[in-house]
Structures are given as C-alpha cells and as structure tokens.
Design a protein around this ligand. Structure first.
Ligand code: KG4
Ligand code: ZN
Length: 354
C-alpha cells in the first residue's frame, strides 16, 4: 500500500449542517463528521440564517477536534486546510471560513477557499477515487435545496453551464410540496418516504419545460399545481397524500430525464462523445430520481454515477476533496479572500488553471 503523508482538513458551514472532514493525499476519507441542525430549524419549517450561524459557532470547534481525533492526526500533520467560502448563508459561511483561516494562520498552512457548488460538482470524483476518479469531462446534474443546474464539468474550476432553473430549485420544490402536504421538514426525504405508499399516476401534474429546446428547468408551476390539487380534495387522508407525493415525484423525474436528454445531446455536439451522467447535491439522494436517470443512461448506452447518500447531502468530505484537487494544482488562496453569499460556479472559470 502507498504510504501517504499529506492530510487535508475540510470545513463546511454554508447551510444547516456543521461539518468537518479529514482526507489523506489519496482522497481516502479518514474522518467525516456532520452535525445536522434540523431540530433547531424544524419549528420554523425552514432554515433560519441567524440560528444556523449561532449553531455553527457553538459546535464547529468541537467537530473539528473530533474529526482530527478520528483521523489520528494533529494540525501540524496537515498539508492544507479547505473551507466553504460561499455560496450560502453568509453568517454560517463566515464562521467556517474564519475558523479555517485562523487554523491556517496559526499553523502556517495553505488555505483553500472552496465554492460549495464545486464541492458537490467534484464529489463524484471523490466517490470513485478507489478505482481512479471518474475523468473529465462529464455531464453534471446538480440538484440541491438552492440550485438546479446542468453543466459540463471540464476540469477543476472549469464548468460550462448548459441550463439552470428559471424559478425554484428542485430541492425547494420538494420542501414546499412537503410543507403543503403536511409532511414536515426537511421535505425531500419526507416526500420520498410518503411516495413509497402512493400511486404516481393518481394526479396528472404538469411537466414544466419538457420538450423545450434548451436545458433549463422550472418548478414553480408544478408546485402551484400540487397546491390546487390539494385544495380541490374534499378531504386529504394518508392515501391521497401519498398519491400526491408520488405523482409530484414522477413529474420531477420526467422533467429531469427530459432535460438531461437534451444536455446529453449538447454534450455530444460539444465534445464528440456521449458523457457519463453524474448527479450531485442533496436531491441526488432520492432513489426514484436515481432510478429514472439511470434508466435514461441505460437507454442511451452511457454510464451513470451517483455518489453514496452521505456524500450527496451537505458534508465536509466533498469540501476537503475539492480542496485537495485544487491544492494538487497549486490553487491556494490568500487569507483575506472574502466569504460570498452568491458565487456562481461558472465564475470560477476566471481563475481556472487552464
Ligand atoms: O445539497 P443539500 O444538502 O443542501 C444545499 O446545498 O441545498 O440539499 C438539500 C436539499 C433539500 O431541499 C432537501 O429536501 C433535498 O436536498 N433532499 C432531497 C432528498 N434528500 C434531501 N430531495 C428529494 N429526495 C431526497 N431523498
Ligand atoms: Zn449543498
């Protein structure tokens, strides 16, 4: 076995998970600790930014210490430290970024400012590291609570945007649908669970954007259709709720498959080969959507890759991995780099090592 002396610490605090992870230089995950703030936010039916920031502040130090302990290393053993510096809820992002910078400053370590979306975008390479990471370029469907995009990932920091949502993100649509159906928070897993007992053809919900000659998404109309359908019901019961959840999920599956089919055609034009389709982000944890997308790639004779669930939802292993990829390319950042609430992935191109 190859001996390695390089270790990287990753920190993630951009939304409602406080997370720290340690990878070795070959991308093996030595520790990956995630503390979910779900219980803090549940009474409000969504993430409250101020509560999130305070909770990150309360727990991050302990989680970093735990990750370092589990990895069996000290700060002096690190080669670099990576933290999410955006996009996300700015208070939380600042807690993680400032902590990471302080450790970097104290121990004279290089600091790597990681774009949270790039963390998700590169997570399939971390997931496949044991067999040699999946190679660029690949087609990426990034589906999370705040984002819904199709991109060609050409390299670290190099992304070509094919399409994005013109209104709600798909995770947001799951969360709002769950709230309307009284399924609680967070919505995605609740809708998926309820849908298991439902009939996906019970309601005829619209498939927004299907057939359009681009790769964009829209979910606002679907969400409204769910609301009207619920309002029309004389009485909602467990079965009608399950049917609505399943019918909503089928509509989302059809939309994602259609949009990905378009993007595959565009990728073939751009790169002359069919892509591996990779799905990342919290919504990629949904089994029905994974099944629909792998059905699409099977029918097109292409490969499909979805990271395991714990690397799909927010975590620090993907941030450490993105940091490691950048570190290997010599892409480190100054300590005065700012935390950013908005930071589109395509903006990384300006600084890409091309
Ligand atoms: O990537 P993520 O953990 O955080 C963001 O960066 O947004 O994604 C969270 C989103 C939430 O909207 C959540 O409802 C959704 O991912 N999600 C799911 C599932 N698990 C999480 N959506 C559908 N099915 C799931 N099983
Ligand atoms: Zn995320």
């Amino acid at each position: 076995m190859k001996m390695t002396t390089t270790y990287i610490l990753g920190i993630e605090t951009s939304c409602d998970e406080t997370a720290a992870a340690v990878l070795d230089g070959d991308g093996r995950i030595l520790a990956n600790v995630v503390l979910s703030q779900l219980d803090d936010h549940r009474p409000y039916g969504g993430v409250v930014p101020e509560i999130a920031a305070r909770s990150h502040l309360d727990h991050l130090d302990r989680l970093i210490a735990q990750a370092m302990d589990e990895a069996g290393i000290g700060f002096k053993d690190l080669a670099a430290i990576a933290a999410t510096t955006g996009p996300g809820l700015i208070g939380g992002v600042m807690v993680g970024a400032v902590s990471a910078k302080a450790i970097a400053l104290c121990h004279g370590l290089p600091f790597i400012a990681v774009n949270h979306l790039e963390g998700h975008a590169l997570s399939p390479r971390l997931a496949s590291v044991a067999d040699g990471p999946i190679e660029f370029p690949y087609l990426l469907l990034l589906v999370s609570g705040g984002h819904c995009q199709l991109l060609a990932a050409e390299g670290v920091g190099r992304y070509r945007l094919y399409g994005r949502t013109i209104d709600d993100a798909v995770g947001e649509a799951f969360d709002k649908t769950a709230a309307m159906l009284g399924l609680g928070y967070p919505g995605g897993p609740a809708v998926e669970k309820a849908a298991l007992e439902g009939d996906g053809s019970a309601f005829r919900f619209p498939r927004p954007m299907v057939g359009r000659d681009n790769c964009d998404f829209s979910f606002a109309g679907l969400k409204t259709a769910v609301r009207y359908a619920i309002e029309k019901l004389e009485s909602a019961n467990r079965q009608t709720t399950a049917d609505a959840a399943a019918s909503f999920q089928e509509a989302v599956a059809d939309v994602l498959v259609d949009r990905c089919r378009r993007a595959i055609a565009r990728f073939k034009t751009d790169f002359g080969v069919g892509p591996t389709l990779v799905v990342a982000g919290g919504v990629a944890a949904n089994n029905r959507l994974r099944q629909a997308l792998s059905g699409l790639t099977d029918s097109e004779g292409l490969h499909f890759l979805a990271p395991p669930m714990h690397l799909c939802t927010d975590n620090a292993a993907m941030i450490a991995w993105a940091g490691l990829e950048r570190y290997r390319l010599g892409m480190t950042d100054p300590l005065d780099i700012k935390a950013r609430p908005r930071w589109p992935l395509v903006e990384l191109m300006d600084h890409a090592n091309v």
